[in-house]
Design a protein around this ligand. Structure first.
Ligand SMILES: *Cc1c(COP(=O)(O)O)cnc(C)c1O
Length: 384
C-alpha cells in the first residue's frame, strides 16, 4: 500500500471546483477528500466528478458542494483486509479508513499491479482557459494564433529550427517520408517492435517496410542487425524511441552515413527525452512527435514534424495543406493532403507545453516507482 499525505489532498466544502482540480493535480491518486473543518470526512471527489459537474454547466468558481454524489464507501479502522478487498469493484478503487470521529486515518487502493497505464493525460484549468479562447474567438479550424505558437514552442523545446504541426503522429510520419520523395520501389527500415503506425506510414507511400529485430535489453531497433537488411532500394531508417527510451542514434546515424540513407526519428513516445544531452527529435534528418492521449503531452489527436532543414519543412507544410501554393490560393501543383492541426488542438498543445517539464518529472518518478515495485513484486511472486 502506498503512503499518501491525506492533508495535502483534502479540501473543505467551501472550496471551488477549480481548487479541487488543482488539488487533484498535486496528489497522486486522481481524487480529493472532501472534509469538514473538524476533520469529519464527507466524500471522495474524483477528476470525473468534477468534469461531470462542469459539463452540467457549473463553473470553475462553483463550490464543490454542487457535485451530487452518493455516500462514499468507507471502512472502520481495524476492518480485516479481506473484507476491505471485497468492497473494491470497477467503480470503487479508493477506500478511506476512518476512526470513530469519522476522520480519515488511512486509505486503501485497489491493487493495480496488473494494469499500469502507459500514461494518463495531465489536463487542468489552463487547457480549459485556452480552449475557451478558441471558442469565444471563433478560431476553431487550422487558422488562428495557437497553431504557430505551438509550433514555435515545440521547435524551441526540441532545439530544431522548424516545426510543422499536423493532424496525428501517423500523418506526420507520412509527410516526412513524402517530403523525401519516398515511394513505390523504395524500402524503409523499421523496427519489429513499435506501434503499427511506423510501418503503415511507409506503406501509405507505396514503399516497403523492412523489419529489423529489436534489442532484448532496450526493446529498440538493434543497430547490429541493420546492415544485413540494407539493399540498393533502401532509402531511410525509421528510428523509434520506444516508451521514452532513445534508440542507439550514434550507431544508426553512422550506418546511415556509410550507406547514404535518410534517418527519421519516430519520437512519438519520447518527447523531452535526452540522448547524450541532446533532445530527441534533434538527432536525425527529421523527427515526428505524436500528441495522442497516451503520449508525453496531448492535444487529443495531433502530431508535429521537426527538422533543421528549411526545404523539408516547407515541403511538409505544402503537402499538409492540399499542396496549395503559398502565393496563389486554390492553386495545387502537387497532390497534397488535409493533415492540418486545428487551433483547438494547438490550444491544448500550448497549455501542455507550459507543463511538459513537470509531466516529465512525474514520469521519471513513476518510472522509479514501477521499477521498485516490480522488483518487490517479482521477489515475492517467485518466492511463493
Ligand atoms: C502513437 C505512435 C504513433 C502514431 O501516432 P498517432 O498520433 O496516434 O497517429 C507512431 N509511432 C509510435 C511509436 C507511436 O507510439
Amino acid at each position: 500500500m502506498k503512503k499518501i499525505d491525506i492533508d495535502k489532498i483534502s479540501i473543505l466544502p467551501n472550496a471551488t471546483l477549480k481548487h479541487a482540480m488543482q488539488t487533484i493535480g498535486v496528489g497522486e491518486i486522481g481524487a480529493v477528500f472532501l472534509v469538514e473543518k473538524n476533520g469529519n470526512f464527507k466524500n471522495l471527489l474524483t477528476d470525473g466528478d468534477i468534469r461531470r459537474s462542469l459539463l452540467k454547466g457549473y463553473g470553475l468558481q462553483s463550490p464543490v458542494t454542487v457535485i451530487e454524489k452518493k455516500d462514499p464507501v468507507v471502512v472502520k479502522f481495524g476492518t480485516p483486509l479481506n473484507e476491505i478487498s471485497n468492497k473494491f469493484n470497477d467503480k470503487i478503487k479508493i477506500i478511506p479508513v476512518v476512526n470513530n470521529l469519522n476522520q480519515i486515518v488511512d486509505v486503501h487502493f485497489k491493487d493495480k499491479r496488473a494494469q499500469i497505464p502507459v500514461t494518463n493525460p495531465f489536463l487542468d484549468e489552463y487547457e480549459i482557459e485556452l480552449l475557451n479562447e478558441c471558442i469565444i474567438s471563433g478560431w476553431v479550424s487550422s487558422g488562428g494564433p495557437f497553431v504557430k505558437k505551438f509550433e514555435s514552442l515545440v521547435a524551441e523545446h526540441t532545439g530544431t529550427k522548424y516545426a510543422v504541426s499536423c493532424s496525428s503522429g501517423t500523418s506526420g510520419l507520412h509527410l516526412a517520408l513524402l517530403a523525401n520523395d519516398i515511394g513505390p520501389g523504395d524500402e524503409v527500415i523499421v523496427p519489429t517492435l513499435t506501434f503499427i503506425a511506423t510501418a503503415n506510414a511507409v506503406r501509405y507511400t507505396g514503399a516497403k517496410p523492412v523489419f529489423v529485430d529489436s534489442d532484448i535489453n532496450t526493446w529498440n531497433i538493434d543497430p547490429k542487425l541493420i546492415k544485413d537488411s540494407i539493399t540498393s532500394k533502401t532509402k531511410a531508417i525509421m528510428a523509434v524511441h520506444l516508451y521514452g527510451l532513445p534508440a542507439d542514434m550514434d550507431s544508426i546515424n553512422q550506418i546511415a552515413k556509410d550507406y547514404n540513407l535518410l534517418v527519421i526519428e519516430d519520437a512519438s513516445e519520447a518527447q523531452g527525452a535526452k540522448y547524450k544531452n541532446k533532445m530527441v527529435g534533434s538527432l536525425a534528418d527529421m523527427a515526428v512527435f505524436s500528441f495522442f492521449g497516451n503520449k508525453i503531452i496531448t492535444t487529443g489527436e495531433g502530431g508535429m514534424i521537426v527538422t533543421n532543414d528549411k526545404y523539408l519543412a516547407e515541403k511538409c507544410r505544402l503537402l499538409r495543406d492540399h499542396g496549395m501554393s503559398k502565393e496563389r490560393r486554390y492553386w495545387h501543383q502537387v497532390l497534397g493532403y488535409n493533415y492540418r492541426m486545428t487551433n483547438m488542438q494547438a490550444a491544448l498543445g500550448v497549455a501542455q507545453m507550459g507543463k511538459i517539464e513537470k509531466i516529465i518529472e512525474k514520469k521519471k518518478t513513476n518510472c522509479k516507482r514501477v521499477q521498485r515495485n516490480i522488483r518487490t513484486f517479482k521477489r515475492s511472486y517467485f518466492s511463493r
